[in-house]
Ligand binder design. Structure first.
Ligand code: DGJ
Length: 736
């Protein structure tokens, strides 16, 4: 029974994939958190009298009850101004100017599947795959009604949480803060794990012990950002890859966010995620309603690996557009680092011809095919094909690429507008901006105001036309600056604070329309690499360009960190030229190949300039990738050695039945006369023998040709770190 309602409708235990989430109502409608963790049949009430006693600076909220303070109560959706001095989840300013908010919950409903979340990405849950608890409450003073939805999945230890706010009063309200999820854990001995970085250096794993106060990550950039992924895990201090409890938080949203863990004065921890209050306020007229994005809470009792398995399954089964979680992704050649803006049609066809010959499956034309776009100074918004570069238009080029036996993909950056563009000259008010101030530029561009319906309709129109007229198999959807001076020319002054959220709602409408009209097109999202790598984007676009840093060694930490939440099938990774364009580093082609083959594989270099031996090696790489592709894209991902602070990194892919595995192992610096290193594998069948096909590694290797699963896991595979940036790769196939 996934959702149990106990004790006359005052206690609720949700069971999701072997984990439990429990909450209850106390003292006529205060909603308390009871448990989020391993499966339980019931969660005993906290001894509220005991925990409230002797707290002189914690205000008591009920008349005559000096043992009941919201400041010590373990809450589910704490509000502002009633004596809980921790971070609130909800703050509403009433028409009288004060922001004191309080919600008492009166009734509940259990629904099969999930209630709809209009206009927002959401977990794809149906009556056969989960059920939801809806709790309804209200603030009697303002007339605000609150609906909290908890969606429990049958197959995974995941709870989705979202909030609906309705103004049932007769005066306007202003929502100043409306988080999607909040819960108070009873203890504070946790490590906070986050994925931080910068452009070109995304999602490096950070792990720090929590201390008193707030540990928060956030974005006010209008996108989730390169700097902090919307992901926060609280792990037992001794949790490892395979052991220990981890509670993790993410959400299906791609804009501003705030996620934090607050250790209170009484040793509890408040875990929260929601719209960043810094860039948000929303006016709710009588009768209007507002819905928050959906948060995701995941529990693992099997360390970070258990957490990642859950997220990976979640992304494939409940986030990506249906069917794309199970569809193989093609091997790509993208022309960006091969030509940048300087290409002609003959050059593109020359590249594509070599690509087809070496086993590439899709050719992607990147930036520079439209308007006067010969550099990044101008022309975003002028989406008419440049006939000097492409005389036959996109349809003509796509046809010729198809004739070579390749699929055809195209880059677009629809959300942007160059100040120097015909679009900006025709519609100067279409860009985000505020009266009386100049618009800042980022990469010489402004952001289109997608909070406006007319701009969103225009965008749907030209993209639909493009996809209808030309046989395009794939779209790379880029977004190369963050938002500043966020204001809309059409919004009233009191609604300007809604612009960031309305922008995302507009973007989701555009993406929803286009992906519904063109379900066969593979969409890849990109934001200067991985600046918008989140579950919200993956709901529409089932893969993301992982980083603009294509250096194989830099990619170790990036792909390792990304894998905490996102499965390899969500990441695109390409082999690029050496010296690498971002780092200047020279790495072997084999290393570049196997690191890129650890995700959705491709190339991003001028194949026409490579010597015959390298083309032969590339032909072999594409052949190898086809052999292991389903393992990489649909198998289990195991992090074996972490690149964080280490000289080496290793991971493996293994299928559900442990019939087959792929191991990729890279060292940064080599060692002269060095040690033999041993790499222990995981999740093989200890009773079976595996044939070891060594695909890359130091010369002169004479390791065993077969090994038992027990020995591969207990002793491991040997290698030497002979050279800098060396890769060892092994394909293991069970013999029986
Ligand atoms: C940024 C992307 O991340 C790159 O891959 C490339 O598409 C450029 N934009 C094109 O301007």
């Amino acid at each position: 029974m996934p959702i149990q309602v106990l004790n006359q409708g005052t206690e609720f235990v949700l069971t999701a994939g072997g984990a439990s989430y429990a909450l209850g109502l106390v003292e006529s409608g205060y909603l308390v958190h009871r448990h989020f963790g391993s499966a339980v049949r019931e969660a005993p009430p906290w001894p509220l009298r005991v925990i409230a006693a002797g707290r002189p600076f914690s205000p008591t909220v009920l008349p005559g009850r000096d043992d009941f303070s919201l400041d010590v109560l373990p809450q589910e959706y704490p509000t502002y101004g009633r004596g809980d001095f921790r971070t609130p989840a909800l703050k509403i300013r009433g028409a009288d100017g004060n922001a004191v908010t309080e919600v008492r919950f009166q009734n509940h409903e259990v629904v099969p599947g999930r209630p709809p979340l209009p206009g927002l990405p959401h977990l794809r849950v149906f009556p056969e795959s989960g059920s939801s608890l809806v709790l309804r409450g209200e603030d009697p003073y303002t007339g605000l009604r609150v609906e909290l939805t908890y969606c429990a999945l049958n197959d995974l230890p995941v709870i989705g949480r979202s909030v609906r706010l309705i103004n049932a009063g007769d005066r306007p309200l202003v929502i100043e803060r409306a988080f999607s999820a909040s819960l108070d854990l009873p203890v504070s001995r946790f490590d906070a794990v986050t994925l931080n970085g910068a452009w070109g250096r995304e999602r490096h794993l950070t792990r720090v012990p929590l201390g008193p106060g707030v540990r928060a990550i956030q974005s006010g950039r209008g996108a989730s950002g390169h700097q902090a992924n919307p992901f926060l895990a609280l792990a037992d201090p001794d949790a490892t890859e395979e052991h220990g409890e981890v509670r993790a938080l993410s959400w299906l949203y791609s804009g501003n966010f705030w996620a934090g863990a607050e250790v209170s004065q009484f040793g509890t921890t408040r875990l929260q995620i929601g719209l960043n209050p810094e860039e948000f306020c929303w006016r709710l007229e009588p009768g209007e309603e507002f819905v928050t994005p959906e948060a995701v809470l995941a529990f693992s009792s099997a360390g970070f690996q258990g957490m990642s398995d859950t997220f990976h399954d979640l992304v494939r089964e409940h986030v990506m557009p249906e069917s794309w979680g199970h569809r193989e992704r093609p091997i790509v050649l993208n022309n960006w680092e091969a030509t940048y803006f300087q290409f002609t049609e003959p050059k593109l066809l020359e590249l594509a011809t070599v690509a087809a010959d070496v086993g590439v499956e899709m050719f992607v034309l990147d930036d520079g095919w439209f308007g006067a776009r010969n550099n990044d100074l101008k022309a975003l918004g002028d989406w008419q094909v440049n006939r000097e570069k492409l005389p036959g238009g996109i349809a003509g080029l796509a046809g010729r690429i198809h004739d070579l036996g390749l699929k055809f993909g195209l880059w677009v950056e629809p959300e942007m507008i160059s100040p120097d563009s015909d679009l900006a000259r025709a519609h100067p008010d279409w860009a985000l901006g505020v009266p009386g101030r100049t618009r800042s530029e980022g990469r010489h561009q402004w952001v289109l105001d997608l909070s406006r319906d007319d701009v969103a309709d225009w965008m749907i129109g030209w993209l639909d036309d493009l996809l209808t007229r030309a046989p395009i198999d794939y779209i790379k959807w880029d977004m190369n600056r963050n938002m500043s001076e966020v204001g809309s020319a059409l919004a009233a002054p009191e609604r300007q604070g809604e612009t960031s959220y309305r922008y995302l709602l507009g973007l989701y409408r555009v993406l929803g329309e286009l992906t519904a009209r063109h379900p066969e097109v593979l969409f890849e999202s990109c934001s200067g690499g991985g600046g918008r790598f989140d579950l919200g984007m993956l709901f529409f676009m089932p893969q993301t360009w992982t980083s603009d840093d294509s250096d194989a060694i830099e990619r170790l930490a990036i792909q390792h960190g990304t894998s905490l939440v996102y499965p390899p099938i969500a990441m695109a990774a390409h082999v690029s030229a050496v010296p690498n364009h971002q780092m200047g580093r020279v790495t072997p082609l084999a290393t570049r190949g196997w690191v890129a083959m650890s995700a959705n594989f491709g190339y991003e270099l001028d194949l026409t300039r490579l010597p015959a031996e390298e083309l032969a090696e590339i032909r072999e790489q594409t052949r190898q990738y086809r052999k292991v592709r389903s393992l990489v894209q649909f198998g289990r991902f195991r992090r074996l050695l972490s690149p964080v602070g280490n000289n080496d990194a290793a991971w493996m892919f293994v299928d559900e039945k442990a019939d087959e595995a792929l191991v990729v192992w890279v060292n940064r610096l080599g060692e002269v006369n060095g040690a033999v290193h041993w790499l222990r594998l995981r999740d093989l069948d200890s009773g079976r023998r595996y044939r070891i096909l060594r695909l890359a590694g130091p010369e002169g290797w004479d390791g065993p040709e077969t090994m038992g699963g027990d020995a591969l896991m207990g002793i491991g595979l040997p290698s030497l770190y002979r050279r800098d940036f060396q890769v060892s790769a092994f394909h293991l196939v069970a013999e029986d």
